[in-house]
Design a protein around this ligand. Structure first.
Ligand code: UD1
Length: 390
């Protein structure tokens, strides 16, 4: 690049991932930054918040994410210790690499930790998936979202309601860019390679005949502390799921937290393995295949609410609220909370052909990351032109 061009002065963009739901958001962004003309220099930083092969490496392979340039290996700890440890280990990277910008995605502890470090060192932050609000401050992710958006410089939103949320918090519309949903870029990218559900079960040593039920099968994921950390709550949910499983077989992909708590709270006795199959955390392409073939998905995950909307698969969300309201107003999602009646009614409606059809929301078109890369380039070069590096 000619040194008189504005981009010539740009340091690398540090792209941060930490936990499973970050990987499918960052993969298309990295591809778009690399494909942008002129290419935008970047480094991939993995904080190591998620570190198991099933929670991390497998997803990197499925999503064709490059190996991280830097792994901070923070691992699991309390929220305070984990957040602090990411901050402590991320700070020297700013000094070493002099980035032009830090890109963070989603709402995990690593998102907030790296944002705080960067802004305090005068490095601008771009937050992808900004402005989502559940209005439930008991969720650790809600705190991460609010604080990240307050101090980040460039905010990329996935749905129009996000901009209203940001405006209500006093954030100027000039900082916000409605770019669409990068999570759906990954669905579009991965869909044609999605793994066959029968193969997925076989690979886990489970007879795939469970999928041959005339009503099909349901997919379950649960990992929110509010659903799985208390014995009575988790046991009650397992009891309702057993009732659902008497209507159609269920495939339950277990987060490590959930597996541990089922063991701890003696929940295994509530599960009939012939009707409810327990699997370890799945790869991205396995999960996509399982969801795409499902009659219904029951979940408390934010990502699955969006992916089922994009796939047109009915979703029952076992939460009282959602930070992704467009999945309810336009998509296939229904909030059923932990209410036994509502869950069973939702399942019966779907089995009776009354499932929500929904449509794919605006700009969930597989090109969100390209829009982000184009905007980021413009924004960074404009900034660089105004504030020459020392
Ligand atoms: C984190 C995110 C949540 C996201 C979820 C997806 C925050 C506050 N939460 O929650 O938004 O939906 O990831 O999974 O950042 N563990 C392992 N192996 C791993 C990672 C975790 O066994 O690779 C176990 C550990 O026992 C750990 C527990 O899972 O204590 C929870 O992990 P943690 O990263 O603290 O939070 P998640 O519940 O995964």
């Amino acid at each position: 690049m000619n040194s008189t061009e504005p981009g010539a002065r740009l340091g690398p963009v540090l792209c941060v991932v930490g936990a499973r739901p970050n990987f499918m958001k960052m993969a298309p962004i990295l591809r778009a930054l690399a494909a942008h003309q002129p290419a935008i220099p970047m480094l991939l930083v993995h904080t190591g918040q998620h570190y198991d092969k099933d929670m991390s490496d497998r997803l990197f392979e499925d999503l064709r994410l490059p190996r991280p340039d830097i792994n901070l290996e923070v691992g699991s700890a309390s929220h305070a210790v984990q957040t602090a440890e990411v901050m402590r280990r991320f700070e020297p990277l700013i000094d070493t690499h002099q980035p032009s910008c830090v890109v963070v995605v989603g709402d995990v502890n690593s998102t907030l930790a790296c944002t705080l470090v960067a802004v305090k060192k005068g490095v601008p932050v771009a937050h992808v998936e900004a402005g989502l609000r559940s209005y439930d401050r008991a969720m650790p992710e809600e705190i991460n979202r609010i604080l990240t958006d307050q101090v980040a410089d460039r905010l990329y939103t996935t749905e129009r309601s996000a901009q209203d949320n940001l405006a209500r918090e006093g954030i100027s519309a000039e900082r916000v860019c409605f770019a669409g949903n990068v999570m759906i870029d990954s669905v579009v990218f991965g869909r044609s390679h999605a793994r066959n559900p029968a193969q997925t079960l076989k690979a886990c040593g489970v007879a795939p005949s469970v999928l041959d039920h005339p009503r099909g099968y349901g997919v379950v994921t649960l990992h929110r502390p509010s659903n799985v950390d208390h014995p009575e709550t988790l046991r009650a949910l397992l009891q309702v799921l057993a009732e659902v499983a008497s209507r159609l077989p269920l495939v339950f992909a277990l987060h490590p937290r959930t597996r541990g708590n089922i063991e701890k709270f003696d929940g295994a006795s509530l599960i009939d393995p012939a009707r409810m199959v327990l699997l370890p955390p799945q790869g991205y392409l396995e999960m996509l295949g399982l969801m795409a073939g499902a009659t219904v998905v029951l979940t408390d995950s934010g990502g699955l609410q969006e992916e089922t909307t994009a796939l047109g698969v009915p979703c029952l969300t076992l939460r009282e609220n959602t930070e992704r309201p467009i999945t309810v107003s336009q998509g296939t999602n229904i909030l059923v909370g932990r209410d036994r009646k509502a869950i069973l009614q939702g399942v019966d409606d779907i089995l009776g052909g009354q499932g929500k059809r929904g449509r794919v929301p605006e700009l969930w078109d597989g090109h969100a990351a390209e829009r982000i890369a184009a905007d980021l380039w413009q924004w960074l070069t404009a900034r660089a032109a105004q504030t020459p590096r020392a």
